[in-house]
Design a protein. Structure first.
Length: 192
């Protein structure tokens, strides 16, 4: 049994959009990097939204990439590169280490404490926090990988690219096809 999606209003603009389907994160990422080098803004590039966004906009019915390529109600999401995920993981792990270390330092930096005692407190306070940060970072990375695995299992990773003129249309199509994009085509509208 499927549930009805929440009623919503999708806004469209009269800017053509190239669309393609990718079988791997690596080919998708290479296509996006080439699009960016060719002058496409990151705001012109979008991917299919995650499971929660899909349920909210389209209900809980089974979906396949081919069914959503030209569906104006398909939810959109921004691309997150591997480099950005690495930076996020580092920030989470480092932030927790810093927080634990800062708390330990505050507790130990008294006139009576020695340097050795303060260093030990930082290591003891920062260590468990760094472990917690590492576990949270791994969870974020796994969520990122699951997002792409779900799309591949449902027919491929959808990529949309706004194009402002026929030269940009041709360039986007060439780049998408050049990176093994399937069913690459252009439709005359974009989600606003």
């Amino acid at each position: 049994m499927t549930t009805d999606p929440t009623p919503h209003h999708t806004t469209f603009i009269n800017v053509p959009e190239a669309v393609g389907v990718f079988d791997s994160f690596e080919t998708l990422q290479a296509a996006i990097y080439d699009l960016r080098m060719a002058g496409f803004s990151r705001l012109d590039i979008s991917l299919l939204g995650g499971k929660e966004a899909m349920k909210e906009k389209l209900g809980s019915s089974y979906w396949h990439a081919a069914d959503l390529e030209d569906n104006p109600d398909a939810p959109r999401a921004a691309f997150v590169s591997e480099e950005a995920m690495g930076e996020l993981e580092g920030a989470i792990g480092g932030g927790f280490f810093f927080l634990g270390s800062a708390i330990a330092m505050m507790a130990m930096l008294t006139p009576a404490s020695t340097v050795a005692t303060s260093i030990a407190a930082i290591a003891i306070g920062g260590g468990p926090a760094a472990v917690l940060g590492t576990l949270l970072a791994r969870r974020a990375d796994q969520h990122h990988k699951d997002y792409y695995a779900d799309q591949i299992a449902n027919g491929g990773i959808l990529l949309w690219v706004r194009t402002v003129d026929s030269a940009k249309e041709d360039l986007a199509v060439k780049i998408l096809k050049g990176h093994s994009g399937k069913d690459v085509h252009v439709h005359a509208w974009s989600e606003g």
